[in-house]
Design a protein around this ligand. Structure first.
Ligand SMILES: [Zn+2]
Length: 70
């Protein structure tokens, strides 16, 4: 397994843990970054989503930039 694949799994695992935590405290379905409701269609497609589509895209862009800087 390549390092990039391990990194993706680690990130997904952390998103799943955060989503489960948010279900517990009643914030499930609310974007962690902007506080807006995540659209129902997005939650159906990605039940573990913790951000709306635009914040997720911004976060992934930021992560790629961060990785490139290492
Ligand atoms: Zn958002």
């Amino acid at each position: 397994m390549r390092f990039a694949e391990i990194e993706v799994d680690r990130v997904r695992l952390s998103e799943i843990e955060q989503a489960q935590q948010r279900m517990g405290d009643g914030r499930y379905g609310i974007c962690v970054d902007c506080g807006e409701d995540i659209p129902r269609e997005r939650l159906l497609a990605r039940p573990m989503a913790i951000r709306c589509a635009s914040c997720q895209a911004a976060a992934e862009l930021h992560r790629r930039r961060h990785d490139a800087a290492i």
